[in-house]
Design a protein. Structure first.
Lengths: 199, 107
């Protein structure tokens, strides 16, 4: 019920935006800035100027597209679809731009191995400092393929159901579940040193 | 109130309790303060940059300029060409006219 009410408020704000009401956009930004910024930061590997620039672009795109908006799906689904489009384009462009040399890759691999070795001898999570754990989780997240990363974020942080996630990614509900399964398996491997349960 | 995740198959459809806790240990960044203000400022800046002289959109002025150039170019290309022979014939006609005038005048 509360969710329906929130959705109706969003729809009303978008209708006002379509009529050129800038105050409606400001309200919409305040309502969803953490959601959008958090998703962008999670997807591109951290907060910073790039994340802010992308998040701003998302809201500007929403502003421009407002006259064409039809409330067929939930506003948050549309918002996250726009977010996905921009973030994926950004990540693809960045991947093309960055020519990662073999040395850097080797260094990273070596670092990961050293990190694993350093934690392997200890008992799991209880022994690890919070910072080390956070770094490991962020690293594991960054190493996931884009779609898997987004599925995990939307599911775990935004509490979205798979049909909605599927809609955002342009795939079926089953496809979204399958991505989640693969992400979970990947994370189990990458974070095995931190898990007490056998993977 | 946030939506509750499916109860059935939660472990199978999510990260599961332990991985989920690990995942949640890395906090998701929040939007910086003044984010809304800065975004609104950017919107106004972009809207202003679309406007140009006389409050008309820049693309209208550029389009009009290009259309005028195109019309001028076509008109230039389609104007009649004059051959040298035609120029000489016209000059000869003047000379002939001059001779006739002199004859009539008894000069």
């Amino acid at each position: 019920m509360a969710e329906d009410r929130e959705s109706k408020i969003d729809d009303a704000l978008v209708r006002r935006m379509a009529e050129g009401d800038e105050e409606a956009l400001r309200e919409l930004i305040v309502r969803h800035e953490d959601r959008v910024y958090g998703t962008v930061a999670r997807m591109i590997g951290g907060a910073g100027p790039d994340a802010e620039d992308l998040a701003q672009q998302i809201f500007l795109r929403i502003w421009k597209a407002a006259p064409k908006y039809r409330a067929e799906a939930k506003f948050t689904t549309w918002l996250m679809t726009v977010t996905r489009n921009l973030v994926f384009t950004f990540c693809e462009a960045r991947a093309r731009r960055m020519e990662v040399s073999e040395e850097i890759v080797d260094e990273e691999t070596e670092e990961t191995i050293q990190r694993k070795e350093s934690v392997a001898g200890r008992t799991p999570r209880e022994d690890l400092s919070g910072k080390e754990l956070i770094e490991a989780v962020e690293r594991a997240c960054a190493q996931l393929p884009m779609k898997q990363r987004l599925v995990v974020h939307l599911r775990e942080h935004e509490d979205m159901d798979f049909s909605e996630i599927g809609e955002i990614l342009g795939i079926s509900e089953l496809g979204a579940k399958s991505l989640m399964f693969r992400a979970r398996e990947n994370l189990k491997i990458k974070l095995s040193a931190f898990l007490t349960e056998p993977s | 109130m946030r939506k509750k995740r499916d109860e059935i198959g939660d472990g199978a459809e999510g990260l599961g309790p332990e991985l989920g806790r690990l995942w949640a240990s890395a906090p998701v960044p929040k939007a910086p303060s003044w984010f809304a203000v800065r975004t609104m400022a950017r919107l106004r800046q972009e809207e202003d940059s679309k406007k140009s002289w006389f409050g008309m959109p820049r693309w209208v002025l550029i389009g009009t300029g290009l259309a005028l150039l195109a019309v001028g170019w076509f008109r230039w290309e389609s104007q009649p060409t004059i051959r040298d022979a035609e120029v000489f014939a016209a000059l000869n006609a003047f000379v002939e006219e001059d001779r006739e005038s002199r004859w009539w005048a008894g000069l």
